[in-house]
Write a protein that binds this ligand. Structure first.
Ligand code: AMP
Length: 228
């Protein structure tokens, strides 16, 4: 299954992608995570991307295309993938189209998580990440057992630099301006699926997984009828 997940920062893309990845056995490709790791390790990519990320701006398309082309060539993507955080511009969507066309494959669905700007501002101001293993917490809805410490590895929890109020406002603007047009782009192709994501994680996840299971069954039926 080849999927893209879209939504405002803080809409739950990472959480839902992790669940989809486990349920369907496909890799979750989070371009944000890849970039943060590159920054942490002082890689060339990280040095180039850092200032854009800190300011809540998008990293240039050419750099992102290079990263994604390389990642999608990896063997674990042969059975499918879920792209979390890519594409974010029409130019990136076109790069992805070209890449998939070359391989004679297509996206099965683009999932869009629907949440209000007010909710994401609230969610992001309470989001904390483990500085060691990257585990994700929310101080209101999913707090750690011990304040400031990761339940999994004991690492210290910190706020992402770009989750601070000023940068969040910029990221929301960037979404409206540069990423929102992708909704129409994929709706026009008939592959956009919208999920109301103000609800709890479990409820949203159950609905997404049921929908994807039906989609996978429909694909199997289509394949078996077309192959005779
Ligand atoms: P995320 O974790 O998906 O919210 O991404 C964090 C930051 O990484 C974004 O605010 C951008 O600066 C950068 N980034 C991640 N994915 C992309 C992308 N597809 N295009 C451009 N910049 C990106």
């Amino acid at each position: 299954m080849r999927l893209v997940i879209l939504g405002l920062p803080g809409s739950g893309k990472g959480t839902q992608s992790t669940r989809i990845s486990k349920r369907f056995g496909i890799p979750q490709i989070s371009t944000g995570d890849i970039l943060r790791q590159a920054v942490k390790e002082g890689q060339d990519l990280g040095r180039k991307a850092r200032r854009y990320m800190e300011q809540g701006q998008l990293v240039p398309d050419a750099l992102m295309a290079e990263l994604v082309i390389l990642r999608l060539q990896a063997k674990d993507c042969q059975r499918g993938f879920i792209l979390d955080g890519f594409p974010r511009t029409i130019a990136q969507a076109k790069t992805l189209d070209g890449l998939l066309k070359e391989k004679n494959i297509a996206l099965d669905a683009v999932l869009r998580l629907q949440v209000s700007a007010e909710s994401v501002i609230q969610r992001l101001s309470h989001r904390r990440l483990c500085s060691r293993c990257g585990a994700d917490y929310n101080l209101l809805s999913n707090p750690p057992k011990e304040e400031g410490r990761c339940d999994r590895c004991g690492g210290s929890l910190r706020q992402r630099e770009d989750d601070q109020a000023k940068t969040v406002a910029r990221r929301l603007q960037v979404y409206q301006r540069q990423t929102k047009p992708l909704e129409t782009y994929y709706r026009d192709r008939g592959i956009l699926l919208v999920f109301e994501a103000e609800r709890g994680v479990e409820e949203v996840s159950a609905e997404i997984i049921d929908t994807l299971k039906s989609l996978a069954c429909a694909e199997l039926v289509k394949d078996s009828t077309s192959s005779g």
